[in-house]
Structure formats: structure tokens, C-alpha cells
Design a protein around this ligand. Structure first.
Ligand code: 4AD
Ligand code: MG
Length: 430
């Protein structure tokens, strides 16, 4: 019977065969402990000299790290391991012997590991982070499908730049210039007018020369957009969505959180509603915290966000930023000229901004004026302005960065570990 590590619980007391790789091994003269992995999970195989053919024990002793094997044995309950089962090995068939696998159990530098990312993703910690990423993706689809949203896929090759024109990857589109999408938002606004509540989930590109633990050049973003939703309505969706994905990971990724030694008591507290603090209040708070040279109108950097987040156990919304700091499409505050109806959601524990969102300008003339002020009133945005001509309604939306969210939930130090093959400032390989 051929099975996988994930399925062994169904075969206790039975003999099964698993296609696996050897991730690590310990052996003495009489017994060998094989750490097996097969992609679906990790488990220990035990080979006892007195219980197997001589050549099987020899194979167990000589087998090298990352060699591929078919291993056959009896599934036993093992209460000492978090996984709960072990394999009493009876036979080993080597498929391919791996010679000098570069990533040994000793410590390696990050650059070395990044150069070997194609192999590094096999390690237990990286495997766990990828599984958590997968659960966040799964829970995202569940949340939006259960709440009446329609998945819409905006284009990746675009002619416009919603988040400013300085961070674009330009490419030739036959005789025209095109850009890789830095946000699907403008298209999602059009889609919301057709389908009501929509969400996208796709790759996003930012030619940003930032080298921080929160920045990727290519990252994945979830962008919901909702017709007839005003600013506060959108905040409610955001806190419910983020609570849902955290609770889903807690429920479905216990082993992985254990491997990562994540403090789950911190995650258990992540339930809606989340606290809110206005930009004005945040400036006062920071001044009192010793950031003496920050002034109203300044943007927040990572140290500011971290200082604010430290006061809360849950993610916090910073609301109503100055108009001058934010893109052209944000709806002005009803009674104040200087701020817009927007919010950034800041994750706890120093992980920074995971969501940016706002109510959108829906008045035709105001949007036209805004586009003009930003020098964007050209052909590329004509269609977008036209949305405000035919049954324009209040609407809101937001974008959640997948990798920053996974970094926070899994406790990873850097977003580079939360995407299989990160694109970074100086890294296009592997
Ligand atoms: O705040 P941003 O730039 O917002 C937008 O793009 C809006 N158009 C979204 C919308 O309203 N539909 O990006 C949204 C989120 C950030 O909060 C962050 O989590 C993530 O995307 N993000 C990045 N993640 C990794 N690397 C980068 N360089 C990122 N830039 C933004
Ligand atoms: Mg932002």
C-alpha cells in the first residue's frame, strides 16, 4: 500500500510504502533514526538491526541527506513526537543517491541560503511557512466566497499607475509602453460597479529601491472592492477578514506553528473589532513617545509604525491621513480639507502595514480635478473617470499584502521567507 506522510494516521498497525527524501539521520551500531519528508509532512523512520535484513540496515546507515527512497514499514503511534506517528522500517529502496547536498544541518548564512532557495524550500521551517501561506490563501477564498464576493482578475499588463508613477516596471507592448501592475484597484472599481462586491488575488510589481525586511519587488495582493460601502463599512470587512485568516491558521496549521515555535497565545487574541487611532492622534502619541522631530504631514516609517503597534495586542487601524501623503483616488473627509477617508492596518509585533485602503472619490468633477492635480488627466485614465459618469456610487476597497501577513502570522523575520522565490533588490535568481 502506497501512501503519504499526511495520510499515515489511517494506517496504524499496517505496512505501507512511502516515497520520501531523507532530511536527516542519526545512527548507532544497532539502530538508525531516519528523518523522512515527502512534501506532505515530516516523520521519523526507525531501523533496528535485529529486525531487518543486513542490507537494509546497511542502506539505512549509508544513505545520504536528500537521497530519494521508497521506504516500507509499519505505522506506529508515537506519543513522544508532535506528529504522533513513526514508521518501523522494514525495507528501503534507494531511487537516487544525493551526493554532497549543499544545505547541511549546520548553520548557513542567509545569502548562501537565498542562493540555494530552490533547495532551501525543502527544509522544515520553510516548508511550514509555505503551508501557512497556503492556508492564508485558502482561507481568503473561503472568506470572500462565503461573504458574497466575486473573484475578478485584473490585468497584469497595464497602461496606468494607481500608486504613483515612480515605482513602475516598464515594458514594450508592441509599439506602446506598458507597465507591470502595481495594483489592480482601478479595474476592481470598474468590476464592483458590474458585480457589487469583488476581490482580486494576484501578483503585484513595485520597482522600489527599498531593502527592508518588509519589501519585495514582486508580491501578492488581495484587493477587495465594494459598491455602496462607505469608509467604516470597509474597516469592518477588513477586521473580520484578518481575524478569519488568523483563526484559520490557528485551527489548521498547529504542527507548522509548532515547528516555527510561534507564540500562539498572541495570535489567539486576534479577533474583531480592532482598535482605531487617527493620524492626528498618532502624531501626538509619537511626539510623547520621544519622536520629537516628527510633524503633522510627515509619513510614518517602520519605527513609527512599530511604536504605535506596541500599544496594542491586535492590529490597529491608523485612519485619516493627510491628503498630501496619499494617492489621488481617496475620498476627502466630509468636514476637513486636509485629510482623506483612508486607513492603514498595522500588524502587531513590529510587522508593519499589512493593509492599505480607503473610500474612493465618486464625484466626477472632484476626481477629474484630482487627476489634473496629479498630472494624470491623460488617455490612460479616461476610462476610469468615465466610471463616475454613469451611476457613480460611494465605494471602498483595500489591499492586503500576502507576504507581510504571512510573515506576521508565522513569525518570520523577513518577507523573503514567505514567498517561494522572492524577487528582491539584487536578486532575480533562483
Ligand atoms: O498600500 P498599498 O500600496 O495600497 C494599494 O496598492 C492600494 N491600491 C490597495 C487598494 O486599496 N486596493 O499596498 C497594499 C499592501 C500594503 O499594505 C502591504 O501589505 C503590501 O500591499 N505591500 C507590499 N508588500 C511587500 N512588498 C512591497 N514592496 C509592498 N508594497 C505594498
Ligand atoms: Mg500603503
Amino acid at each position: 500500500m502506497k501512501t503519504t506522510i499526511a495520510e499515515v494516521g489511517k494506517y496504524v498497525g499496517q505496512v505501507v510504502t512511502i516515497g520520501a527524501w531523507l532530511s536527516n539521520k542519526r545512527s548507532s551500531g544497532k539502530i538508525a533514526f531516519l528523518q523522512l519528508r515527502d512534501g506532505t509532512g515530516f516523520m521519523q523512520g526507525v531501523v533496528v538491526i535485529s529486525e531487518v535484513d543486513e542490507k537494509v540496515f546497511e542502506a539505512a546507515k549509508s544513505i545520504t541527506q536528500e537521497s530519494s527512497i521508497y521506504v516500507t514499514g509499519e505505522i506506529r503511534v508515537d506519543e513522544r513526537s508532535p506528529f504522533g506517528y513513526e514508521l518501523g522500517v522494514q525495507n528501503i529502496e534507494v531511487i537516487q543517491e544525493a551526493v554532497d547536498y549543499p544545505i547541511t544541518p549546520k548553520e548557513h548564512g542567509v545569502e548562501f541560503l537565498m542562493d540555494h532557495r530552490h533547495l532551501w524550500i525543502r527544509s522544515k521551517k520553510q516548508h511550514s511557512i509555505m503551508k501557512i501561506r497556503n492556508e492564508v490563501i485558502r482561507a481568503t477564498y473561503e472568506f470572500f466566497n462565503e461573504n458574497g464576493f466575486v473573484k475578478v482578475d485584473p490585468p497584469i499588463l497595464t497602461g496606468s499607475a494607481p500608486e504613483g508613477t515612480t515605482e513602475l516596471f516598464q515594458t514594450k507592448y508592441f509599439d506602446e509602453d506598458a507597465f507591470l501592475s502595481q495594483s489592480g484597484q482601478l479595474y476592481m472599481e470598474a468590476a464592483a460597479m458590474a458585480l457589487g462586491k469583488v476581490f482580486s488575488f494576484g501578483p503585484t510589481f513595485r520597482a522600489e529601491k527599498s531593502k527592508t525586511r518588509r519589501h519585495l519587488i514582486e508580491f501578492w495582493m488581495i484587493e477587495p472592492e465594494m459598491a455602496f460601502y462607505e469608509f467604516e463599512d470597509s474597516l469592518k470587512v477588513q477586521e473580520e477578514y484578518v481575524s478569519f485568516i488568523v483563526q484559520s491558521v490557528l485551527k489548521n496549521c498547529k504542527l507548522e506553528l509548532g515547528v516555527l515555535e510561534r507564540d500562539v497565545t498572541k495570535l489567539e487574541k486576534i479577533t474583531a473589532p480592532f482598535p482605531r487611532i487617527s493620524y492626528d492622534e498618532a502624531i501626538e502619541f509619537l511626539k510623547n513617545k520621544g519622536f520629537t522631530d516628527i510633524e503633522w504631514g510627515d509619513d510614518f516609517g517602520a519605527p513609527h509604525e512599530t511604536a504605535i503597534a506596541e500599544s496594542y495586542e491586535k492590529p490597529v487601524f491608523i485612519t485619516h491621513y493627510p491628503t498630501s501623503l496619499k494617492p489621488f483616488y481617496m475620498q476627502p473627509h466630509p468636514t476637513r480639507e486636509d485629510v482623506v477617508l483612508c486607513a492603514d492596518m498595522i500588524a502587531p509585533e513590529g510587522y508593519g502595514e499589512i493593509i492599505g485602503g480607503s473610500e474612493r472619490v465618486h464625484d466626477h468633477d472632484l476626481l477629474k480635478q484630482r487627476l489634473e492635480e496629479h498630472g494624470l488627466l491623460d488617455g490612460a485614465y479616461k476610462w476610469y473617470l468615465q466610471l463616475r459618469q454613469y451611476g457613480s456610487v460611494p465605494h471602498s476597497g483595500f489591499g492586503l499584502g500576502l507576504e507581510r501577513t504571512v510573515a506576521w502570522i508565522s513569525g518570520a523575520d523577513h518577507v523573503r521567507e514567505t514567498i517561494p522565490f522572492p524577487r528582491l533588490l539584487n536578486r532575480l535568481y533562483p
